[in-house]
Design a protein around this ligand. Structure first.
Ligand SMILES: Nc1nc2c(ncn2[C@@H]2O[C@H](COP(=O)(O)OP(=O)(O)OP(=O)(O)O)[C@@H](O)[C@H]2O)c(=O)[nH]1
Ligand SMILES: [Mg+2]
Length: 243
């Protein structure tokens, strides 16, 4: 499987994504210009080195863009439009990443600061057919590089409760398992489900993914629980391997 690839006919075996070609990704393309996250906000009355939750630490479109100083990272992954950027904003308490009603908004890996010692990374979505093969391969290479580097200590795997058994999500689960990345499965947009749908979705999701935390970035439901879970899972984790 090639992460971020939607077309299984062209997808290689698990782990087959290569970094080759990543350097070809052009900085400043129309995509990147429109998809760049909000610029770091001014830090009023604070020193230039003061960092606050939601500050952009790195925008990665090529391998060379990865931050040099490695910190523990929480990766937010999932299908396109599932709500990754919106959830990240809710977690950092500020509109840092750009979200959009139309899928394919996030087009690079964006690292944001948190006030808990780790960084949180927003990923491009998987399963979006309208992204070019070349771009998908470039993202797959970047993801491969990051996941192999040892800094990702937890992946928050977002799933759509209305599509509990998406094959793309199944592939992501397998991909992360194969790389030994611990994960938390999270069902997004929980506010959109009726009580009856919630009960059904819970059963279906647990069957497909094991324990799943339901959240709504819109109402805030489940967010504190997810924050606690992330904190717990990141406690004492430092970047030890590969720098
Ligand atoms: N009702 C509801 N809508 C949500 C929620 N979270 C996200 N959305 C909406 O879902 C749409 C997609 O959100 P994004 O955060 O851009 O999704 P994404 O996964 O980052 O998408 P890509 O970057 O394209 O992969 C936006 O219109 C959001 O407002 C939620 O909890 N509840
Ligand atoms: Mg996004």
């Amino acid at each position: 499987m090639s992460l971020f690839s939607t077309d299984r006919r062209i997808a290689g075996p698990p782990g087959g994504a290569r970094t080759r070609g990543v350097g070809e990704a052009r900085r400043g393309s129309a995509h990147e210009r429109t998809a760049s996250p909000a610029a770091p906000s001014r830090r009023r009355g604070r020193g230039p080195s003061a960092v606050r939750a939601g500050d952009l630490a790195a925008a990665v479109h090529r391998v060379e863009d990865f931050p040099k100083a490695r910190r523990p990272v929480v990766a937010i992954v999932g299908r396109s439009n599932v709500g990754k950027s919106t959830l990240l904003n809710r977690l950092v308490g500020r509109k840092a990443a750009r979200a959009s009603r139309s899928p394919g908004k996030t087009r690079g890996i964006y690292f944001y600061e948190t006030d808990e010692g780790h960084q949180i990374a927003d990923f491009p979505g998987t399963g979006f057919a309208r992204v070019s093969k070349r771009e998908r391969e470039s993202w797959a290479g970047l993801a491969e590089e990051l996941f192999a580097g040892g800094s990702v200590r937890l992946a928050v795997r977002l799933v759509d409760p209305r599509v509990p058994r998406s094959p793309v999500d199944g592939e992501m689960k397998k991909y992360l398992e194969q790389r030994g990345i611990p994960t938390v499965a999270v069902a997004t947009k929980w506010d959109r489900l009726s009580a009856r749908e919630r009960a059904q979705a819970t059963r279906d999701l647990e069957e497909a993914h094991g324990e799943v935390l339901p959240v709504s970035a819109k109402t805030g439901e489940g967010i504190e629980r997810l924050r606690r879970e992330i904190r717990l899972r990141m406690q004492g984790k430092e970047v030890t391997s590969h720098g």
